[in-house]
Design a protein around this ligand. Sequence first.
Ligand code: PMV
Length: 354
Amino acid sequence: MRHLRIAARAPSNIALIKYMGKKDAPGNLPENPSLSMTLNDLCTWVEVEASDQAGSIRWISEAPRLSSAEPSWRVPRLGDSGLAKVLKHAEKVRALSPRPDRALILRSANTFPEASGIASSASSFAALTLAVAAACSTDPEKFKREWEDGFSLRRSVARISREGSGSSCRSFEGPWVRWEGEETRTVASKLPDLAHFVILISDQAKSVSSSQAHARVKTSPLWKDRPQRAAARLAQLEAALEAGDLPRVARLSWTESWEMHSLFHTCAEPFSYWQPGTIEALHWFAPRIEPNAVGTPPIVTLDAGPNLHVIVEAASAESWRKELQQRFGAQAILEDRPGLGARFEILRGQEVKQ
Ligand code: PMV
């Protein structure tokens, strides 16, 4: 029995214009376009071992067997429903491939701590979709050449990934990716080189899942016109990226983040992801972002969670690191940078480099 091993690596992404609210149709179609920055080091690795013979798909709860694996990598702890969702998605990707019955064994790990409050669904579904699609392709070498040479294959794999986890479709290219309906594409930017920090306020599992949030926001009185407002803000943000206008990007992102959380706070059964530490941090950043702030404002945004994402010029990353560590504690700061999206290696016993 011959085996093929594929190792895919997909980063997480952070949205500046948020996907919040799904169309009433299957396949995670968004009510509004969104725009995100693809990350680099905060990522998920998935190893797929594919047999030449027909068989089922199995998940083994251990890290991918890669020479680049590090002790800090975390194997996700999947409950019954999480595992069922992963296997169902893997089955779907395999069913759409030229080798729809190939036996597969999956292993996966995140480079960030499980309880770090970073949403792992974008990176894990992107890595899973890519690994299974490559392992079940007719010719993995050809698939790899197509992957590296253009965007067409990336974008079709992104469409399948979206059906497993909406925001995962923005993790296939980078650094700036726009998603509308079924389509993803890269957005041009003249911003300087950037650095990305996460301020970890809490590592508790969230009490309202993002799927529930997508449904509940529609009961807010602020929901009316939200898709149009988000689309208009996205057009302004795209223009600001293209003009390299970092202060404008920072202010649009700040407003957008407050708007998404205001939807949570004003729906029929209001809820909040904010912790006391989130509110303190928001107060700390506010004077640094307001229109007459001194210096270049940081881009500050929150996902559906209590933690803050802070994006600054790479040239000032060191002074920001010091300041954030001093204010929020060194343990609370994770660091990353913009990246170019998911990629994979075909393993033949050789090393996989990060
Ligand atoms: O992909 P989901 O269903 O986990 O939704 C993600 C929604 C946000 O992270 C809050 C915003 C976004 O666009 O990523």
